[in-house]
Design a protein around this ligand. Structure first.
Ligand SMILES: [Zn+2]
Length: 212
């Protein structure tokens, strides 16, 4: 993907996050790897529903601005860079504050349990990264342990983070995470959290090549 295509794709994902109510005001941020040590990201202080391609900065792995945009990067870019540092296969990171995911993040409970075939296969567990003060190195340090083993985590007292081999995968992980968070919330209201039996989970993992 060219840098120009990456700029357009980030703006489009920003619109989708905003339209689905996954970001309030200027919350959330998106980044894409555009070189071995260069990352296109969203600027600070701008609604994700109204991004302009030419404003997106490019930073290196230490957060140094390499240029490419008129505005400063989000202060949360260090969290993204922490994910890229762990896994060179990761090419995109999405951070948002979707309503139900954030509710679980504030409660301090990750999402787990094989309630649907789709979650068994695509996102069997969403761990909770412990709270860390924004803008400190504690934030990337809190998510690094989950990067290789998962594609999403909740950020305690904060929101949600997803990553993937491309931007579409990272975005779709955010949709699936929020859907799972909402389903889990509603099921708990009616005492309805039921898990698929272990033999069916094993069968699904055998068919789709998932599980551990
Ligand atoms: Zn945030």
């Amino acid at each position: 993907m060219s840098v120009a295509d990456a700029r357009a794709a980030v703006c489009e994902v920003g619109r989708r996050l905003w339209q689905r109510g996954m970001v309030a005001a200027n919350d959330g941020n998106i980044s894409v790897r555009v070189g071995p040590d260069s990352f296109l990201c969203t600027p600070t202080g701008v609604s994700k529903g109204n991004l302009r391609a030419e404003d997106l900065p490019i930073v290196d792995g230490s957060g140094q601005v390499l240029g490419g945009g008129g505005l400063l990067p989000s202060s949360e870019i260090r969290m993204h860079l922490g994910v890229y540092a762990v896994d060179p296969e990761v090419h995109a990171v999405v951070h948002a504050h979707p309503m139900y995911s954030t509710v679980w993040a504030i409660k301090g409970e990750g999402l787990s349990g094989p309630m649907m075939p789709e979650t068994v296969v695509a996102m069997p567990e969403v761990p909770l990264a412990p709270y860390a003060t924004p803008s400190t190195d504690a934030v990337p340090d809190s998510v690094k342990p989950f990067v290789l083993s998962h594609r999403a985590c909740l950020l305690e007292h904060h929101g949600a983070l997803t990553w993937g081999t491309d931007l579409e995968q990272a975005y779709l992980a955010m949709e699936r995470l929020e859907y799972t968070a909402q389903v889990t919330y509603l099921l708990r209201q009616i005492g309805g959290e039921r898990y698929l039996p272990a033999d069916e989970v094993a069968r699904l993992n055998a068919i789709f090549g998932t599980g551990r």
